[in-house]
Design a protein. Structure first.
Length: 500
């Protein structure tokens, strides 16, 4: 059984599944795992998803993308900091909006709730009151589970100073319902109204409070929260003891790492955004990356050559799904679809073939013609053509931004100025003369290199290399048989003639 089916079997009918997002910096692909985990479970269980954006959280550090002018906003709620580019309502939305657009493209449908609005509209009032009135109980749960000594003046509520605007720099002195009295580091003494966005519950209490406020049945979260003494450990006790409610069904997932770089993190700059990923591969492949991996297994995402394997793997699953697989492959393929399943198997040009084709031809129509001539696609539909064009655009983006140099080339319009040995010339002549006797396929073209090199007694490495030299003016290039088959026969014949 797929993990989404296993988790769903633990849930009541039509569960409400929560996810969270803290938009304090660029939102990288790692965050997709939480959302798509929730989404897969929602699909399987017929549930709904709510995404709570921690927009009232303060900015805690200056990200590399921020200039020094943002220093004055440290400590202020993300919803009250100006947007970086000026096109969004605030700092939080600057990062959320493109992420939400990507999620839409990936087919995720969910309710979005901004925490600063929930506080401003009084949705947290009763929960905040409860936690403050049970301050000692909350403190006991947190200190016993985390081993942390909480100070006598610890409060589960962080006021936002009405003078300096900073949240979390105050000492709470009293609670005169509905006002929390505080003294801020800046010297200001004020009172925060728990019916408004004058402050917020501390994270561990806030998490439990939202389960109760919204009636959450299930929540996926990263393994950091799940560690002993982590926020799950305290949250489930707080919700039981203070809100007298069962905690949601927990679903713990592992990180997505950038291959060779360790866990993705926006603050370290080791990251790829979801928008970028969607420029490189189809939304179905993005979903597939998450759906095919067990929750407790980390994902080593490789935006270089590994990306080719990922897309190949997706195509293979598609193949097997349409060949009638009815196990996990079928389920993973289904969960990878943005909306409805295709009626019939799409005819796809493999991503790695397009890596060559887009570098040979600058015209998508031409690529399509070649693909039909070489039998790559047979009686394709208009839809197949659209899929090819979409993929070709993504391949171009990948080549421009992430591909290693070794896969890049450009065909020289004229034969490069180079000296060939007499053996090399002899070899090319034999090759030229035998071309008409074979089918223009990668296997045959490849076989012919071996055959003619043997005939002349030319070293195989040299035989392959001479093609790259006369076509690309390089010593290396793409796999030769496939590469030649993607070129027009006439062009290859002409180039061989010139070389001889
Ligand atoms: Zn202050």
């Amino acid at each position: 059984m797929h993990w989404a089916e296993v988790e769903s079997s633990e849930l009541t009918e039509k569960p409400l599944i929560a996810t969270g997002e803290a938009p304090s910096g660029p939102i990288h692909v790692g965050h997709l795992r939480e959302i798509l985990t929730a989404e897969a479970i929602a699909r399987e269980s017929g549930g709904d998803i709510v995404l709570i954006v921690d927009s009232i959280d303060p900015l805690r550090k200056l990200y590399p993308i921020l200039d020094d002018s943002y220093e004055e906003y440290l400590g202020k709620p993300l919803s009250e900091i100006p947007c970086i580019c000026g096109e969004h309502n605030n700092y939080a939305e600057h990062f959320m909006d493109p992420f939400l657009d990507s999620l839409k493209a990936i087919g995720v449908d969910m309710e979005i709730k901004y925490a600063h609005e929930m506080y401003a509209e009084g949705e947290y009032e009763e929960a905040t009151r409860r936690v403050i009135n049970n301050r000692d109980k909350a403190a006991e749960i947190i200190s016993s589970r985390t081993g942390r000594d909480l100070k006598d003046d610890w409060s589960p509520y962080n006021p936002k100073c009405s003078k300096c605007g900073k949240l979390g720099n105050s000492v709470v002195t009293d609670f005169e319902d509905p006002y929390v009295l505080y003294t801020c580091e800046c010297g200001h003494e004020g009172k925060a109204d728990i019916r408004k966005d004058d402050g917020k519950l501390t994270w561990r209490c806030d998490w439990a409070a939202r389960w109760w406020i919204l009636g959450i049945d299930c929540e996926p979260f990263g393994k950091d929260h799940a560690a002993s003494g982590g926020s799950w450990d305290t949250g489930k006790e707080i919700v039981k003891q203070i809100f007298e409610r069962d905690p949601p069904h927990p679903v713990v997932y592992e990180w997505i790492q950038l291959k060779g770089e360790g866990p993705m993190s926006s603050s370290s700059g080791v990251s790829i955004s979801t928008e970028e990923l969607l420029e490189m591969v189809e939304p179905e492949v993005v979903r597939f990356l998450i759906m095919r991996t067990k929750l407790n297994t980390h994902i080593d995402f490789d935006p270089g050559l590994g990306l080719l394997d990922l897309v190949d793997e997706y195509d293979k699953y598609e193949e097997e799904h349409f060949a009638g697989d009815d196990g996990d492959i079928k389920k993973i393929y289904e969960l990878s679809q943005v909306d409805v399943l295709p009626d019939s198997k799409p005819q796809r040009i493999p991503y790695r073939h397009l890596v060559n084709l887009v570098q040979i031809y600058d015209d998508h129509e031409k690529i399509w013609d070649i693909s039909q001539e070489t039998g790559q696609v047979i009686d394709p539909t208009e839809k197949d053509f659209e899929l090819m064009k979409e993929r070709a655009k993504r391949v171009e983006y990948w080549l421009n931004n992430f591909a290693p140099d070794m896969v890049k080339f450009s065909i020289k319009k004229e034969i490069p100025d180079l000296e060939l040995s007499s053996d090399e010339k002899k070899f090319l002549k034999e090759y030229h003369d035998s071309i008409n006797e074979i089918d223009w396929t990668s296997e045959e073209l490849h076989r012919l290199v071996h055959e003619n090199a043997d005939k002349i007694g030319l070293n195989k490495g040299k035989a392959f290399r001479v093609f790259y030299r006369i076509l690309l003016d390089q010593k290396r290039g793409p796999r030769l048989g496939r590469f030649l088959s993607q070129l027009e026969k006439e062009f290859v014949q002409k180039r061989l003639k010139k070389a001889i």
